[in-house]
Design a protein around this ligand. Structure first.
Ligand SMILES: NC(=O)c1ccc[n+]([C@@H]2O[C@H](COP(=O)([O-])OP(=O)(O)OC[C@H]3O[C@@H](n4cnc5c(N)ncnc54)[C@H](OP(=O)(O)O)[C@@H]3O)[C@@H](O)[C@H]2O)c1
Length: 276
């Protein structure tokens, strides 16, 4: 599979989302997030993943505007937070995000978590925004198969992407298969296990491929047809995390990495999240 950094996944409606994006969770609003985005854009990234709850949409928008790169060359994702879910409140939350970002539209808007009893109404709001042309694509995050089945039974527009926790300790095989069967792309959050990469197999492969453990993991995602949004605010790591397009893992090594699975989450399980 020969892919370049500028390549992306073609979502169900034809919109292309770059395989690689910069995650900005825990990047502080203002100088920190702005600097990270400038470094990422310079390194060739063209996709940024934020969320209302990260409280850095203002800095994200400022950095994008200041970059002077044409707006339509940068893919911006943000998400509606749990307390704002429901039809009207999601429309309002979207307006607030758009204002903070200082943009006219968003490329991908996601339901951040499947808040019980609310996510279907939230989804209806995303459909409205999509039909109005205010978002180019819509999707969900942290949806298990049962949430997707529930949503697919009522939705007019199918989610185009599901952003989920995924890394070699949580390979999400069944959920990925379900998404693929339903034309939903998977995107991995916490792909680097928050930097906990001291895994002997990763170290051994890194040496063998002359790459870093982070690059091995991100390449593994890519070869599973999964988009990635590694987070860093450090220049050398931002550049390192983009180094996944110039090598290929063998099928045998892909299988070895899959074998690390222990269904271990670093974040909450969507079925047991504290939604209060
Ligand atoms: N939808 C959701 O519910 C959800 C949940 C969590 C995250 N996300 C999204 O997914 C993105 C990525 O997830 P994440 O930020 O939780 O975790 P991550 O990307 O797996 O890891 C980020 C951490 O690893 C460090 N790091 C970055 N590159 C590294 C490298 N090459 N080697 C070693 N350490 C490295 C970073 O530190 P430095 O910054 O100091 O380099 C940071 O502490 C988020 O930023 C966010 O956009 C979504």
């Amino acid at each position: 599979m020969t892919l370049r950094m500028t390549d992306g996944a073609t979502l169900a409606n034809g919109v292309v989302k770059p395989w690689l994006g910069l995650g900005v969770y825990k990047a502080e609003d203002g100088a920190e997030v702005e600097k990270a985005i400038h470094m990422a854009l310079e390194a060739g990234y063209r996709s940024i993943d934020t969320a209302a709850i990260y409280e850095n949409e203002a800095g994200v928008g400022k950095a994008i505007r200041d970059s002077k790169i044409p707006r339509d060359e940068i893919f911006v994702t943000t998400k509606v937070w749990n307390t704002e879910q429901g039809y009207e409140s999601t429309l309002q939350a979207f307006e607030a995000s758009l204002q903070k970002l200082g943009l006219d539209y968003i490329d991908l808007y996601l339901v951040h978590w499947p808040v019980p009893g609310k996510y279907k109404e939230t989804w209806r709001a995303l459909e409205t925004l999509y039909k109005k042309g205010l978002v180019r694509s819509i999707g969900v995050s942290n949806f298990h198969i049962h949430h997707l089945e529930d949503l697919l039974s009522v939705c007019e527009v199918k989610p185009m992407l599901n952003q989920i926790e995924m890394h070699p300790y949580l390979i999400q095989k069944e959920l990925r298969q379900y998404c693929e069967q339903n034309g939903i792309y998977v995107e991995a959050w916490r792909p680097l296990m928050r930097g906990n990469l001291e895994v002997p197999l990763l170290q051994e492969m890194a040496e063998r491929y002359q790459k870093t453990p982070a690059q091995i993991v991100l390449r593994w995602d890519l070869q599973h047809n999964v988009l990635v949004i590694p987070k860093s605010v450090k220049k050398e790591r931002i550049i390192e995390n983009a180094g996944l397009f110039d090598f290929e893992l063998t099928d045998a090594d892909m299988a070895l990495l899959d074998g690390l699975n222990r269904d271990q989450r670093f974040g909450p399980d969507p079925d047991h999240f504290d939604y209060e």
